[in-house]
Design a protein around this ligand. Sequence first.
Ligand SMILES: [Zn+2]
Ligand SMILES: [Zn+2]
Length: 661
Amino acid sequence: MTQAASDVREVTVRLPDGAARRYPIGVTGAEIAADISKSLAKVAIACSIDGRLSDLSEPITADAAIAIHTGKDEAQALGLIRHDCAHIMARAVQDLWPEVKVTIGPVVENGWYYDFDRDEPFTPDDLGRIEARMREVIAARDPVRFEIWDRPRAIAHYEAAGEPFKVELVEAIPDDQPIRMYWHGPWQDLCRGPHLVHTGQVPPDAFKLMSVAGAYWRGDSRNKMLQRIYGVAFRSRQELDAHLRQVEEALKRDHRKLGREMELFHLQEEAPGMVFWHPNGWTLYRTLEDYMRRRLGAAGYREIRTPQVVDRKLWEASGHWEAYHENMFIVEVDEEHAKEKRINALKPMNCPCHVQVYNQGLKSYRDLPLRLAEFGACHRYESSGSMHGLMRVRGFTQDDAHIFCTEDQIEGECAAFIELLAGVYRDAGFASFDIKLSTRPDVRVGSDEVWDTAERALENAILKVRNDYVVDPGEGAFYGPKLDFKLTDAIGREWQCGTFQVDFNTPRRLGAEYVGEDGARHAPVMLHRAILGSFERFIGILIENYAGKFPLWLAPRQVVVAPIVSDANGYAEEAVAALRAAGLRAEADLRNEKINYKVREHSLGKVPVILAVGGREVADRTVSVRRLGEAASRVAPLADVVAELRAEATPPDLRVPGPLD
Ligand SMILES: [Zn+2]
Ligand SMILES: [Zn+2]
């Protein structure tokens, strides 16, 4: 008790290396950084106080773990640079056009946006002026500071400044949250923070304003339409250039553009977010589906098929009706003699239906693990603004499966799943993928022992395959831990596709059980898992990954035989017949067009192989082989080419390993 008086005025700060230091209460991250070293103080951009990213000027009022961040901490640095860019851009806009009203400006992937209320539209020329003004603000190295205000003062401030949107925002801040007012030099904004120390910490050559779009205030179409300016920002010019190259490359590979050029699919207004597959696209789809079906069969899955339209009673029992019905397509039917309409829903997921299949007939522990797979067509209502080609749709087909098993079987099933997934991604052309483990959240079902077992099982399963993975603590579902799998495409973009989810809840909820070795009834564990995610989106990713230039086994049109002279038409048809007999997707182009015209057209359609035949080839029973993207062609005997292409077009899982494999 005698020490209390002095202790109260000091705090103990623990640093990442484990060292503890004592400082007067109210010490800031900036002061701690300066105390550690002068050089650290110079490059410090923010700090974490007990894991919470904070301003370096934030007073520390209780014992805490502190980490000082510099530009080397990628996630923190990028977040702060983008956030400060939002403020600096808003300031630049009001410096240039003082009558513009400001609203909100959050950080988004790769950058930020800010919504402005201005009568005239921003032009590309305006964006250039804003960028130039932003660079002046950055060069000025204006200090960033904050104050905490009470609500009446903040409202009075924004009313006086003529900023009605800010008044609305201040009014909406909950009572238990502080109202933080930030200044970048003389310019003020309402913000949760944190921020950089001064505007000069934003690299002046690593940001770019990208576009202007309309956006309703608070995303509500009854509200005023604002102008949203998007920007991207990075830590260096090199990072920005790499990003801009990726954007440019992504545009060239856009699956919607390639989908048209290759005649794969289309979408139209009468069925938003639902795909009309054309013959070429459906060939690609079926090739992938056949491949997955063989892979699942070899891995011990049994394929099932469950109904599209299911009574709301089942969705109520599964809990989806309560939590999800706004996203479900409802189907009402007047059944004969029924007093009231029967309400059904198009299934948004397959899980409850799979439990119905499991529940037919009493299961014993000897039946487990039971792996039920379905290429399950699901429908979910997504807002029209969020839909994007094949990547975000309302009607899609999951490569879904549910494994019913005991707790002891989770690890083995998970390891086998990761191995299967790794093989599929490799065959599809993706060399690397990342794994994220999401562990128990605060609100959950199941005992700690069960969670310990499940989390350890997933970790052990990963470690059988590799030793690098990320843990996302507390981000598991309330019913079990999960793994997410993210693959990297040819231009470095990441796509989350696969999932593996442990579920202790659904089987109990829907009455699934098995008779254990002890003769008593137990609820099985349910493992929800997908590798592709959905066929639609995965095909979108495949199209962009390959820029439409598919490996032969996936290409919807594999070979076109094109006669150079009409005398070769008969031989061309003979060649097509030989190729088809070998299982290849081949067609003849007998149109009376120049060979260069045919080559150009089929190249645009991304046909991997064109076989040109003229008088010489007819006489020698050869073909002139031209590969997509190669200028040169070579002449070879038809029989050899058929054999070569047949081997190359064999799906990877059906290839007989050679002596060197
Ligand atoms: Zn801010
Ligand atoms: Zn499921």
